[in-house]
Every structure is written in structure tokens, then in C-alpha cells.
Write a protein that binds this ligand. Structure first.
Ligand SMILES: CC(C)(COP(=O)(O)OP(=O)(O)OC[C@H]1O[C@@H](n2cnc3c(N)ncnc32)[C@H](O)[C@@H]1OP(=O)(O)O)[C@@H](O)C(=O)NCCC(=O)NCCS
Length: 185
């Protein structure tokens, strides 16, 4: 049994973004994605496996200059949730007003327990404090993931395709959330 009261939410700025933590992110992304895909058969397996190179521990912090913050959920030493907020893909917006949400993954044993909504709340609070008005991203198209983002106010936009292997195209949707609420106390 998972004891949700034991889950600790930490910001990357409070941790060392080293290889070991990168390995935990890599393991989490693989587990969560494989399980989601096993359920919905959304993507070809070889395409999905090829996407994981983005999260290799030796390169996951590679765009650190673009990172605004990283969000983690831990059950003891076990990483069970993660998300990245960065300055990627926001060049068309007034400087400092946009942020890109990537890598929101929760370990499948911890799904449906409010981990992702808690991380998302922390992301929104952080973004508001930085005067960010728009959070955007490219979402995977697993039904549970689309439902999650729509429920939390993201507007889904155009389809995009990543040819991750020759002839293997992975579909995503662009998405956007306008931050209008006041900062929570
Ligand atoms: C999308 C994802 C991050 C959601 O994470 P999560 O922590 O399970 O999110 P929630 O806690 O909101 O749970 C989802 C559902 O469980 C329900 N739920 C939450 N707590 C619950 C509880 N205690 N008991 C029963 N149901 C519960 C939620 O209401 C929600 O239901 P709904 O879909 O009918 O609205 C997770 O499914 C995931 O990691 N997916 C695979 C990776 C992925 O695609 N990531 C996005 C990359 S862009």
C-alpha cells in the first residue's frame, strides 16, 4: 500500500541535479510511459523506446540554462513524479511571460492519487510568482494524459509529429494554459 502522506514534493533548486538523480528520472519516464502505452497501445513500441534518449541521465539536465525549475515527488528515496518548467519554445511571447512544461510523469503505482495535480499546482504557483502568463507544452496522446490536461484547463492545439526513427512518427498535441488566477497564499 502506498502511503500518500509520506510523499514529499521537492524543487530542483533544493537538490543536486546530478547523474544519479538523472538516472531516477530516466527510470521513471520509461516505467510511466511503457505502462501508459501498454494500456492504450497509442504508440508503436519501437518509437516509444526511441523517445527515451531525450531523458538519458547524461543529458537530461543538458538544457539547464533553459530550465526555470524542476519539480519532484519522492516516496522515501524513490522518485515517483517529475516535471520540468523551462524557457523552451516561448520566443514568440513577450520576454519572461511564457514557460514550457515538459516531462510530467508519475510512476504507474502512484497514478490516480493526486500526485500530478499537486505537482501542477506547484508549477502554477512558481510560474505566477515569476509573472508567467502562459504555460505551454507538447502532450503525449494517451487518453488518460489528454483527459488530465483538459481537466486542468489546458487547451489542446495543433497536432505535431516527431519522426523519432526513420518512418516512425510519434504524434503529440501542442497545448497551452493561460494563467489568470491570483497567487495562492
Ligand atoms: C497524466 C498523469 C501524469 C496523471 O497523473 P496522476 O497523478 O495519476 O493524476 P490524477 O491524480 O489526477 O489521477 C488521474 C485520475 O484519477 C483520479 N483520482 C485522483 N485521485 C484519486 C483517488 N484517490 N481515488 C480514485 N481516483 C482518483 C482523478 O480524478 C483522475 O480521474 P479522471 O481522469 O477521471 O479525472 C499520469 O497518468 C502519467 O504519468 N501518464 C503517463 C505519462 C505521460 O503521458 N505524461 C505526460 C507527458 S506530456
Amino acid at each position: 500500500m502506498v502511503n500518500m502522506e509520506k510523499i514529499k514534493y521537492l524543487a530542483g533548486s533544493a537538490l543536486k541535479l546530478d547523474y544519479d538523480l538523472g538516472q531516477k528520472v530516466f527510470d521513471l519516464v520509461r516505467e510511466s510511459s511503457r505502462r501508459a502505452n501498454e494500456i492504450s497501445k497509442t504508440y508503436p513500441d519501437e518509437g516509444l523506446e526511441a523517445t527515451f534518449k531525450e531523458y538519458k541521465p547524461e543529458r537530461v539536465w543538458g538544457e539547464a540554462n533553459l530550465l526555470l525549475e524542476v519539480f519532484f515527488a519522492f516516496d522515501g528515496e524513490r522518485l515517483v513524479g517529475t516535471a520540468f518548467l523551462s524557457k523552451k519554445n516561448c520566443d514568440d511571447l513577450p520576454p519572461g511571460t511564457g514557460a514550457y512544461l515538459g516531462g510530467l510523469y508519475v510512476h504507474s503505482e502512484y497514478w490516480k492519487k493526486n500526485v500530478a495535480p499537486t505537482i501542477l499546482d506547484k508549477i502554477k504557483d512558481h510560474a505566477r510568482k515569476k509573472s508567467i502568463k502562459i504555460i505551454r507544452g507538447d502532450t503525449t496522446i494517451y487518453p488518460q494524459t489528454l483527459k488530465f490536461y483538459e481537466k486542468h484547463g489546458f487547451r489542446l492545439g495543433e497536432e505535431i509529429f516527431w519522426e523519432v526513427l526513420p518512418g516512425v512518427k510519434m504524434k503529440y498535441y501542442k497545448m497551452e494554459l493561460a494563467l489568470t488566477d491570483a497567487i495562492k497564499k
